[in-house]
Design a protein around this ligand. Sequence first.
Ligand code: NOJ
Length: 580
Amino acid sequence: MRNILLLILLTAFLFGCSSREEPPEAQVQEPAERKWWKEGVLYQIYPQSFKDTDGDGFGDFRGVIEKLDYIESLGIKMVWMNPFFESPLIDNGYDVADYRAIHPRYGTMADFDEMLAGFKDRDIRFVLDVVVNHSSDQHPWFQSASSSRDSEYFNYYHWWLAENGDPPYRYSLFDPEGGWDYVEAVDAYYLHTFAEAQPDLNWENPELRQEVYDIMKFWAEKGVDGFRMDAFQFASKDTTYPEFPEGHEKDFIKWYGMRPQLHDYLKEMYAEVLEPFDVFAVAEGAGSTLQDAHDLVDADRKELQTAYHFEYVDMSRTPAGYELADFKEVFTRWDSAFAENGWLAVFLSNHDNSRLVNRFGNADPEFRRVSTQMLNTFLLTMRGTPYTYYGDELGMTNIDMPEIEEYVDIDAIGKYQTALKAGRDMEDFMEELNYSSRENGRTPMQWDTTENAGFTTGTPWKRVNDNYRQINVAVEDADPNSVLNHFRQMTRLRNENLVLVYGEYDLILDDHEQIYAYTRSLDEDKMLILLNFSDEDADASLPSSIVPGEILYNNYDSNPAEGSSVLLRPYQAVVFQMNE
Ligand code: NOJ
C-alpha cells in the first residue's frame, strides 16, 4: 500500500498542492505598491543547457555572456539562474558542496562577475538559487558531522541516534528507501527530504542559520538582486518525529512543510539580509493553503516578497491532461486571494517540468506555434510576476525518450525504481515518464540550424531535440510570426502597460469550454484578453458591458470580434484595448 502511495506521489512530483478554500480576509498591504520584482518579466536560465563556449558539452557563464544581447532582446527584466556552485552534481547542482565557489564546469568567479556586470549594464536583475534546505553530503560541514558526534558541525544536520532504535518512517521525494540513512562512524541516521546525497540542514541551530545568512550576504555584496529559496518550506521540521498516519505522503506539504518555526527563520533572514541589502526573495512552494502563502509573502509579515505555488502545474503532469474549467478555477481563486494583499509569481513551466507546450498547449507541428503563443500571452497578461523558462520563448518541445537507459536525472531514476518495486505496468510507466519527466525541459537551447543547434562544438551533455532545425533562435528571429517575435511583442506590451501588471483581473465567459477570457482594469485603462485553448474554432457572445476596441496583440491576422460576437481560430490569442 505504501509503495502505491509513494508512486502516486513521485509521479506527481509533489512539492506542493493546495486545498480548495475561501480566500482569507483582506489585510493591510496594497498589491499595487510599485516594485521592480512585480513589474519585470523573469527569464529562467538552466546554465548547463544554455550555451557552451569551451566545447565540454556543458553550458557556461561565457556562453551566457555571449548571449546577453539576445536575453535583453526578450524584454525581460530579471534572470533567475539555477545553481552553479561547487557540487558533486547528484541533482544537477541542487546538492551544494561549497556555497561560495563556482563549479569549474561553468567558469570562474571572474566570469561570474563579468556576467553579472553584463546583466547590470542592461538593467536586468539577477536572482540566485539558494539551496539551503539541504547541502551536499560532500559539503565539509557534512563530511565533518558524519565523522564524529563531537564534530562542531554535528548539529548542522538532523540525526536520529541509533541507541533510540529505528527512526520513525520519513518520506523522501527522491529516495524510494525513505528519508533516513545510517552512518556507522556516528552510529546515527541523518534525515534527507530529497536524495541520500542531500542531507537536510538543521535550521533549529542558530549557528547554521548565521552561516546561511553570511552566504547570502556574500552574494548580495557581489551585487545579486534576489534569491530563490529552494524547497524552503521544508526547512523547519518537527524534530520530535511523531508517527504520521498511513498514506500521509499524499499531503506531503501538510505533514512535512510549513512548520510554524519557519516563519521565525524567515523573519530573521529578512532582518539580517533582505532588508539591509534591499534584495528580494521568492520561495519555491507556497505551503498547502492560501493562508500559508499569505503568511509567507504579505508585506506586513516581513518574511519574503513573493512565492510560487504548484497547483496549476500539478494538474498538467500526466498524459491525461487537464480541464480548462479547472485551470480557470485555480487561477481565478489564487488571483482573488491575492487581490488585496501579497504578490505571487506565475509560471507554467520550469526545470522541474516537461515543456510548456506539451503540457498545456499542443506540440503537434500544426498547432505548436499558435498554441505556444497563446500560452505565452496568458502568462504575460496575468496578475503576478511572469516566470518564463528558457526555450519557451521559442516553443521548444519535449524530447522523445522511451528508454530508461537514456535517463540521467535522479528524480526519473527514483520514480522508475519505485514503479518497478510496486509492480507497475512498466510500459505504461515509461509512457508517463516520457511525457512528464523533467529531462524534457533540460535539453540544450536551440540557437541555430548548425550541428547541435549551435549549443556546443563538443558532445552535448544531453541530446539536442531533433526538431532543432525548425525550432531555433536564428530561424525564429527572421520570422515576424514566430513564437520568439510574438514573445517580444507581448513583453513590450506588458512593459508599457501597467494595467497588465497591477490591473484587476475579472473572469468572463466563466463556463466556456474552449475560451479563457478575462479583463484587466486599472483606473480608466481596460484590456480584454481572449484565448482559445482548443484546436477548433470557438465562438461566444460577449456580455454587453464588454466592448472590444483596438487590437494590441493577435497571433492570427483575423479580427475575431464583430460586435458582441467573437469567433476565435484554434489557439488564437488576442489582447484588446477596451472601449467604454
Ligand atoms: C527543487 C528544485 O527545483 C529541484 O530541481 C531539486 O531537485 C529539489 N528542489 C531539491 O533541491
